[in-house]
Design a binder for this molecule. Structure first.
Ligand code: GLA
Length: 749
């Protein structure tokens, strides 16, 4: 474990508990990528740069530079000097010349992990390698950063640019990381979707050319995700090599893998260059956001564990990270905009009886917002709805014994608002053009400090006015017309990034002033579920689609990278408002348990049978939340692939306990049982199996359903970990679609 420089070999070695990353300075100039993979521990590996082969560095082999540049595995490739693959850096000079070439200058190894100014960043006890390179023609210094932590196999990369010249430099492109390697038999893995179906996993062959995902929507987006992995074609959950990158950023991104003419592979990731330009004044510095790089030779499961542990141990700062979050009830799908304080109080009263711990008042409490077409920006309480004001409502809810949470959308402005009337110039806009409305709103120009200050005070003054424990911070449209009436003409290309910096500043200030606040980020469902936002909030609303069947795919894709404790998940009413599908209440509960857990329905109006299940579900939440939040997550079966069922498992770090959630999505005719091959257990240990929610099975069994009797026989059985992993757990076919089961395993002492 650690970072070393071997002077003779001119080789940097970055070693994590199970992986190694090697960089070599070739020809005393070029920073080359030698190796990334399982630990090698042999500094003689520099030959992997193919230094003995033609073509190699121009001065050593007297080759033309052109041959070399388009072939060499660069740590940080630049534009315009002969490498025709995707570059990471493109800078224009005052005279308008583009092109950049970096030469190695020196390095330092820091015994810490520095933060990044104004940006979210991983933190903790670690080490950092900084490689300093320079383009002396234009006077630009580039610092490549690689950080590691003692307890993680992730490598964290970032890049800073420093203008050492006397002239401004115009940065047209600055990606945060590149990984050049040989193109083995790899496939590409991405997470794609749309509103209500975010982050669905997709594997595709990696053919020649450039392939990838991106966002120019001003946020990480519903559509594509700032994550990219290449994996062995035959790899799966448990086997095969995977190289993955995840961007600790919440705005535009580019993530790309490129297979080139010489069968090499280049993975890059960073801020999308489209619409981007940053003016770097003399003496100025620009830092590009972090990339988390993960290598696993234990398939996707191994990769997920590295991401989950990294984010739990080194990214999420919230004091709630390792605590049980209050079980909340949110009124959005219960009432939409049609509520008043009496209605909210009636929900609170009923919720309390069932063991719910917090009421969250969603959209519609401010200005004259009775629909989604007004009042964003006017964060004054609508006293026609909340009679006696907000404090009175909060006090009444608190008196019922519930905590209180509230919804905001601080980054937006409705044309129908007092704010827009007073400050039409505070919206992003392109002068002379009709603004592009989306959900009847414009986006505030957060590149402007006075606008950031206004947005901050809007939220903070409400929080100061009453006893509020939780904020749902929403962002319901993507950016367009990104022009600022405030920035001058040379800086319009900074708007997108300055907007994201404005959002980060807002949330940072909020957490400083209200350190006990539980913050949940949201963006029209899960359009800004990314590591950047996790730095500020320990949980993010995963999707507006709460149909448990749809959630199987959405939560599987989300849990590929993010720990279950970060995934905002609620039990909805049926028929589901997005799909119209009706599913058993128990299944809705079991699926929501694999997240933060809560309710989003009118508890005063749902059926008695459903309501009666809530206390039991909340008991399950209290029993299993620590395990779900802190344990290792394993994917056992995927509905996407099986077309029949879905199954996941969480195992405690000490392997003494496990929870298995099984969802039979479709009832199949004429089969008896299937085997679930469990994972992550101690093969030698004996586990006692317990089935949760037995009542329903007992009723079915009493009605003569043989499958229920058979399942009940599992309850109380003791099996070895080896048997459950190698032989499998036998699960009977149940009657009906969308049935689910929870199995608890506890090691026999
Ligand atoms: C977004 C959120 C929803 C809800 C609405 C309110 O769509 O994702 O949960 O808060 O906004 O307008």
């Amino acid at each position: 474990m650690g970072i070393w420089f071997h002077k003779e070999e001119q080789l940097f070695q970055i070693i994590t508990p199970n992986t190694e990353y090697c960089i070599q300075i070739a020809d005393q100039r070029y920073v080359g990528h030698v190796y990334y993979g399982k630990r090698l521990e042999d500094p003689r590996c520099g030959y992997l740069l193919r230094t003995g082969e033609q073509p190699f560095t121009p001065s050593v082999n007297q080759r033309e530079k052109g041959m070399f540049m388009d072939n060499f595995p660069f740590e940080y490739p630049t534009y315009g000097v002969g490498d025709y693959r995707e570059s990471c850096l493109n800078v224009r000079t005052k005279k308008g010349y583009r092109g950049c070439e970096l030469a190695y200058e020196d390095y330092r190894i820091l015994e810490n992990k520095p933060g990044l100014p104004g940006l979210p960043a991983t933190f903790g006890k670690g080490q950092t390698l900084e490689i300093r390179c320079k383009d002396s023609v234009i006077g630009l210094a580039v610092i490549l950063r690689y950080s590691i932590f003692d307890d993680s196999d992730a490598i964290i990369r970032s890049v800073s640019l420093e203008n050492e010249s006397q002239q401004p430099l115009y940065v047209e492109k600055v990606l945060s990381a590149c990984l050049d390697m040989d193109a083995e038999e790899f496939e590409l893995l991405t997470l794609n979707g749309s509103w209500a179906r975010e982050r669905c996993m997709e594997r595709s062959p990696l053919s020649y050319g450039k392939h990838g995902v991106s966002s120019v929507r001003g946020e990480s987006s519903h559509q594509e995700h700032p994550f990219l992995a290449v994996m062995e074609r035959r790899g799966d959950q448990d086997r095969g090599q995977v190289y993955a990158m995840n961007f600790v950023y919440s705005g535009n991104f580019l993530a790309q893998a490129e297979k080139s003419q010489f069968n090499s592979l280049r993975m890059v990731m960073g801020i999308h260059p489209e619409g981007f330009e940053w003016v770097l004044e003399p003496g100025g510095c620009f830092t590009a956001p972090e990339i988390v790089c993960v290598y696993s030779n234990q398939g996707l499961g191994g990769m997920s564990h590295i991401f989950h542990d990294l984010y739990r141990n080194h990214l999420i700062r919230s004091p709630y990270l390792h605590t049980k979050r209050p079980v909340l009830i949110n009124n959005w799908e219960a009432t939409y905009f049609d509520f008043d304080s009496d209605k909210l109080l009636s929900i609170a009263k009923e919720a309390k009886k069932s063991g719910i711990e917090m009421l969250v008042m969603d959209d519609g409490w401010f200005g004259h917002r009775n629909h989604d077409d007004s009042s964003l920006g006017d964060w004054q309480v609508n006293e026609e709805k909340l009679k006696g004001g907000l404090k009175s409502l909060v006090d009444n809810v608190r008196a019922e014994g519930l905590l209180f949470g509230i919804w905001f959308e601080p980054e937006m402005i409705s044309p129908d608002s007092k704010l827009y009337n007073d400050h039409p110039d505070w919206a992003f806009q392109l002068p002379g053009r009709e603004g592009t409305l989306s959900r009847a709103q414009y986006v505030l120009d957060l590149s402007r400090q006075e606008v950031v200050d206004y947005a901050y005070e809007s939220v903070a003054s409400i929080l100061r006015s009453a006893d509020i424990s939780y904020v749902k911070w929403d962002m319901n449209r993507q950016l367009s017309d990104v022009g600022s009436l405030y920035l001058d003409s040379t800086r319009q290309g900074e708007c997108f990034h300055r907007y994201v910096l404005g959002v980060y500043q807002l949330q940072e200030r909020l957490l400083q002033e209200f350190p006990d606040l539980l913050l949940e980020n949201c963006s029209g469902g899960g359009a800004r579920f990314d590591p950047g936002m996790l730095y500020y909030s320990p949980q993010i609303w995963c999707s507006d689609d709460m149909d448990p069947v749809e959630r199987l795919t959405i939560q599987e894709g989300t849990a590929l990278i993010y720990p279950l404790g970060t995934i905002g998940a609620h039990v909805c009413d049926c028929p589901n408002h997005t799909t119209g599908r009706t599913t058993p209440f128990a299944t809705r509960g079991h699926v929501a348990l694999a997240g933060t857990f809560g309710y989003e329905l009118d508890i005063t109006r749902i059926s008695k049978e459903d309501r009666e299940q809530i206390p039991g579900q909340i008991q399950l939440y209290h029993k299993y939340q620590p395990l779900i939040r802190e344990g290792d997550y394993y994917r056992i079966g995927s509905w996407r692939e099986t077309n029949r069922y879905d199954c996941w498992q969480v195992v405690s770090k000490d392997q003494k306990e496990a929870l298995i959630t099984y969802v039979q999505v479709l009832a199949e005719p004429n089969y008896h049982s299937r085997k679930l091959y469990l994972k992550g257990l101690n093969p030698q240990a004996e586990y006692r199996l317990e089935i949760e929610d037995k009542d329903a099975l007992e009723k079915k069994s009493a009605q003569g359903k043989g499958y229920a009797a058979c399942l009940l026989q599992l309850d109380g059985q003791v099996y070895s970990g080896r048997l459950l992993m190698q032989g499998g757990l036998l699960v009977q076919r149940m009657d009906g679609d969308f049935q689910s089961l929870l199995f608890h395993l506890v090691q026999n002492s």
